[in-house]
Design a protein around this ligand. Structure first.
Ligand SMILES: Nc1ncnc2c1ncn2[C@@H]1O[C@H](COP(=O)(O)OP(=O)(O)OP(=O)(O)O)[C@@H](O)[C@H]1O
Length: 571
């Protein structure tokens, strides 16, 4: 069934069963391939009739129409795997009668606030839901260039306390909160002859800085459990020195905990992700993703069930290895000038934010079975204006899209959707793309590779000479040694992925192929149809003896690849 067969209707209230909507919906009997599945959301089990041939997209559209969750904010998980391909169907993913699917709904960490003042000024801005009204006042003061710190903020006629959290006021994630800001003033009346003179006295000037500091808000009470925390880098090889920028991030996050600013859990994403605050409490300095809170890991805060076989949500990845992959993506994102120096602040070619492995103890993480130290990745928080999901791709600069494509092809990224590319405008107003969330990069197989940028026009433009120089400088063997040096005992299958994808990128770029042409060879059109790179690997495997060395296999693959690429070039 295609998405065109789906009837959209207004959001209904808690239907007991989502009805089947199919091409022959006017007939009484249900088609043979009808199955009954159950969707779980924390605390709810929703029965739903679907056809085995229903596409993932059409099922999500029905969830949207009956439950109100926008399609792009839904993630469906079955048997420990994300049903990520919208054009594949239920049968392709092995979903059958009676199966339970987990629905994870992405809720934005940001809330749109509309603020109106009594004198008619209006402003709109995004604020993190963990902030309180005191913080909102500070933002209004900044934007409107006044001092609103001691003003009153009303919502639906009720005065809001400075400590009230935006999240508590705005329960509905899609709601736009209207605030009325009223400057408080004392009205005094003093008799002057037979009349009264009215004077409006603005409150005395406050120490704005102090007031702003006091108004900065966060989810949990501050100054809590000051000694009950620790944050240390995990260093496997003492010879692998941490770059200064990483050391600074660790010490800022540690200072934040020491100052009583707890981690703030992100509401987005399928795993546990925590914004680590600096010492002032008004700045995020890092994002911590503990390995035991990854999707389908034992302490996942979204209630996803344990992985049945240890495999992650994407094929060829393992639960608990997301943090390693996040760190590997940073280490392998070499700067244009060559390999990253340990003291410089140099960003890599693709701009992966500095990422490292840490161990951290804090009661603010998800600890259903007692408070324990957690290991995970800490990535530098990057100020941004949203993600690529929030904006059409037309305005993204070509070279920004190309740098992400080079990274994704090298790492055979299995999770490159628009939500995993942050964007911000630099001082000249130019859009900069920031790749994040590399927990499903370097998989052991190519099955789940997906690159959102394949559908962007920039990917069809030729690589610049600068990008081609960078691609030429890449060396998979050197990369494998570098990861080993940093302590990742990479399985041979993962090392092979890196070798193959680097080889494909280099050979493709050498022949003048575009990011689209190379990336397309790595991605399956449908769940069941192998990609060209998978076919090439199979051909090379058939050409060598089973016990052959890795070097011989790679030589055979090189010949197979040359043959196929030359065919593409000559078409
Ligand atoms: N380096 C960063 N700088 C700023 N914000 C970040 C950074 N890394 C992650 N975030 C934000 O943190 C939130 C959760 O992160 P992320 O989406 O990576 O988590 P996840 O559970 O791995 O997600 P997914 O379900 O897409 O795999 C998102 O809102 C994301 O935009």
């Amino acid at each position: 069934m295609s998405s065109a067969d789906v009837t959209l209707s207004p959001v209904r209230n808690e239907p007991s069963m989502m009805p089947l909507v199919h091409a022959n919906s006017c007939t009484d009997s249900l088609p043979d391939e009808t199955i009954l599945i159950y969707l779980t959301l924390p605390g709810t089990l929703i029965p739903m009739r679907v056809l085995e041939s229903d596409s993932i997209e059409s099922v999500k559209l029905r969830i949207q129409s009956y439950r109100g969750f926008v399609v792009r904010n839904q993630k469906l998980v079955f048997g420990g795997r994300e049903l990520a391909r919208s054009n594949s169907n239920m049968r392709d993913y092995g979903v059958s009668d009676g199966n339970v699917l987990h629905l994870v709904v992405k809720v934005s960490d940001l809330q749109v606030l509309d603020v109106k003042t009594t004198c008619g000024k209006h402003c709109r801005f995004h604020v993190e839901r963990g902030r309180n009204i005191g913080y909102v006042k500070k933002q209004i003061s900044k934007q409107k260039g006044g001092d609103f710190v001691d003003s009153e903020v009303l919502y639906e006629g009720e005065k809001l306390e400075d400590q009230s959290l935006v999240n508590d006021i705005c329960r509905n994630s899609d709601a736009v909160l209207h605030l009325l800001v009223r400057r408080s003033a004392k009205v005094r009346a003093k008799p002057v002859e037979k009349n009264f003179e009215l004077s409006i006295v603005a409150p005395p000037q406050v120490d704005v800085k102090r007031a702003i500091e006091a108004a900065d808000g966060i989810v949990q009470p501050r100054k809590q459990l000051l000694n009950d925390f620790s944050l240390e880098p995990v260093i496997v090889n003492p010879k692998a020195k941490l770059p200064e920028v990483v050391k600074d991030m660790i010490s800022s996050a540690s200072d934040g905990l020491r100052s009583g600013n707890p981690p703030v859990r992100s509401r987005e994403g399928t795993g546990g992700a925590y914004f680590m605050q600096g010492s002032s409490g008004n700045k995020y300095v890092g994002v911590f993703k503990p390995i035991d809170e990854e999707p389908t890991a034992e302490n996942n805060p979204h209630g996803l069930p344990l992985s049945p076989n240890g495999e992650g949500l994407k094929k060829g990845t393992k639960v608990g290895e997301g943090a390693l992959r996040e760190v590997a993506a940073y280490i392998l994102d070499h700067p244009k000038s060559g390999r990253r120096s340990m003291c410089g602040e140099e960003r890599g070619f693709a701009g992966v934010p500095p990422t490292t492995m840490i161990e951290c103890l804090h009661p603010g993480f998800n600890h259903p079975n007692g408070i324990k130290t957690k290991i995970g990745s800490l990535q530098m928080f990057t100020e941004n204006d949203g993600s690529c999901e929030d904006m059409g791709p037309a305005s993204f600069p070509v070279e920004e899209v190309h740098k992400i494509s080079v990274l994704d092809i090298r790492l055979a990224n299995a999770d490159r959707h628009g939500g995993n590319i942050l964007m911000r405008k630099d001082e000249n107003g130019k859009i900069v793309l920031i790749p994040i969330d590399h927990g499903y990069s370097l998989p052991e197989s190519f099955e789940d590779c997906t690159f959102e940028w394949l559908y962007w026009s920039q990917a069809r433009k030729p690589y610049s000479s600068e990008t081609l120089d960078y691609i030429r400088s890449l060396d998979a063997e050197e990369d494998i040694s570098l990861l080993k040096f940093h302590g990742w005992k990479m399985p041979s299958e993962t090392a092979r992925t890196l070798r193959i994808s680097t080889m494909l990128l280099k050979k493709g770029a050498e022949r003048g192929l575009t990011a689209f042409e190379i990336g397309n060879m790595m991605c399956r059109d449908t769940l069941t149809k192998k990609s060209l790179v998978e076919e090439m690997v199979e051909e090379a495997q058939e050409a060598v003896l089973p016990e052959t060395s890795e070097a011989t296999f790679m030589e055979a693959l090189s010949d197979v690849m040359d043959y196929h690429l030359d065919e593409v070039v000559h078409v």
